[in-house]
Design a protein around this ligand. Structure first.
Ligand SMILES: [Fe+2]
Ligand SMILES: [Fe+2]
Length: 182
């Protein structure tokens, strides 16, 4: 798999979790009580994976291509800003869920608004990369770029996503689906 194909595959797997959380938003708005522990697991899983692995690979990839094309440079700047914002939103959402788990009273609307915003921005960010950044990288990248990147980029010894989904991901996905069935 090429690096861009790996990133796309990460997106697909992340998107599946985000879709369930999106459906969750609708259920919570309709008055269902959430399983907070499971929601906390899903948010921290997506946040950890995205921030610590997926985004750091993208940032390194973008750094490699910086200076090649003015329009790509501009898109990369936007991309980095989005990574920072997503990290902040993820922490913010986790903090709210943690407070609830620690018995602090938080209005349900506040939690659901934050969850909805996080899911929406994550999805928009991935669409932005897929529609605007990845095609440019594929257009500009030569075989030598991809060889260097393959050698340089951090790799996960125990891939969470990619071709082989980790046990943790599979379990979390199954639990989320189960939690959604009435
Ligand atoms: Fe990204
Ligand atoms: Fe991405």
């Amino acid at each position: 798999m090429t690096i861009v194909a790996e990133l796309r595959s990460d997106h697909l797997n992340l998107d599946r979790l985000l879709d369930i959380l999106n459906a969750k938003v609708a259920k919570l708005r309709a008055g269902t009580r959430p399983n907070y522990r499971l929601m906390a697991d899903a948010v921290s899983y997506i946040g950890d994976y995205a921030d610590q692995y997926h985004h750091s690979r993208e940032d390194a990839l973008l750094a490699h291509f910086r200076g090649r094309d003015a329009s790509l440079d501009d898109l990369m700047q936007q991309c980095e800003t989005q990574h920072q914002r997503l990290q902040a939103l993820s922490h913010d959402l986790s903090d709210v869920i943690d407070s609830i788990l620690n018995d602090t009273l938080v209005p349900m609307d506040q939690l659901v608004d934050k969850l909805e915003l996080y899911v929406r921005e994550q999805k928009a960010h991935m669409a932005f990369e897929e529609q605007q950044i990845f095609p440019q990288l594929e257009r500009l990248g030569q075989a030598s770029d991809w060889e260097r990147m393959l050698a340089q980029l951090p790799r996960n010894a125990d891939p969470l996503f990619g071709e082989h989904q980790s046990e943790e991901y599979v379990e979390l996905y199954r639990d989320l689906l189960q939690d959604m069935t009435p």
